[in-house]
Design a protein around this ligand. Structure first.
Ligand SMILES: [Zn+2]
Length: 282
């Protein structure tokens, strides 16, 4: 993966400006209940095509190749309107940057739905123009849309015999429990990303890691209103120590030879899989 060059193709720029009203030809992503309405051809709607004639509730998301993109929050995912898709399906079926745009629509609308009242004095919040943020008119609390950083790490060790290397994969007790995934977790307040990696590895599998290297990142719309995943590679300096799982979050942890990784790996659109494939090819 080349981290320096912008991707070829359409360019999505996140934004929150709504200083000009929506045009009928602007793009509009209809969102309800954590799902997004897709057109029959699999694409996104234009403002003029959005069900319902009230466009006063449109939420700015940014621009795609200079065209303004809006989200239209709906109360319920009404099946008569068309095909509603969740983040997994969207991320699997859309190329970048459309997947990121769909994820942003889901996250912004979810954040707005779940941040309506002041956490300090319970007054209803009002939008801050030009930002995805709200303010309390009573106590002036400023409530920006915040992201939760999470880390994941592909850990290698020398194989016990021969010159090959092995990769540590784990199975979780929740979600897709058959999938062999990477050690991962949310960053705690007061912690660097690197410290979060070391802590998660120690907590989840009881190992130490060194030679930590940043791999890349991915916005993720699955776990709450705003998550950004930061991927790392690392080595286990104690190859004779076997991983130990706590049995709560993880059910298994195993070293796999790089030429004999299991079939059940994370989906191809996830940074987990990109990390695993980059280690597999060396
Ligand atoms: Zn308040």
């Amino acid at each position: 993966m080349n981290l320096d060059l912008p991707p070829a193709g359409p360019v999505f720029l996140p934004g929150a400006a709504a200083d000009v009203p929506a045009e009928p030809t602007d793009l509009c992503l209809v969102v309800a209940g954590g799902k997004l309405l897709v057109r029959g051809d699999g694409g996104f709607h234009r403002v003029a095509e959005v069900p319902g004639d009230d466009d006063t509730g449109l939420v700015p998301l940014g621009t795609l190749d200079g065209v303004a993109v809006w989200a239209a929050p709906h109360e319920t995912a009404d099946d008569t309107l068309g095909d509603w898709r969740g983040w997994r399906e969207l991320a699997a079926g859309l190329s970048e940057p459309l997947a990121a745009l769909a994820g942003r629509a889901l996250q912004v609308v979810t954040w707005r739905r779940t941040h309506r009242y002041c956490g300090a004095c319970t007054t209803e919040l009002t939008d801050v123009p030009g930002e995805h943020a709200r303010r309390c008119g009573n106590c002036q609390l400023y409530v920006p849309m915040q992201l939760s950083p999470a880390v994941l790490v592909a850990i290698r060790r020398p194989a016990p015999t021969g010159p090959a290397e092995q990769l540590l994969l784990v199975r979780h007790s929740y979600g897709p429990t058959e999938t062999w995934a990477l050690v991962a977790g949310f960053v705690e307040a007061g912690e660097t990303l690197e410290q979060a990696v070391r802590r998660e590895v120690a907590e989840e599998v009881g190992l130490r890691v060194d030679r930590l290297a940043y791999f890349g990142s991915q916005p993720w719309a699955m776990s709450g209103p705003g998550v950004v995943l930061a991927g790392f590679t690392a080595y286990c300096p104690d190859p004779e120590i076997e991983p130990v799982v706590d049995g709560r979050e993880l059910t298994q942890a195993r070293w796999f030879d790089l030429d004999a990784l299991p079939e059940a790996l994370p989906p191809t659109y996830s940074i987990s899989r990109w990390l695993i494939e980059s280690v597999r090819v060396g």
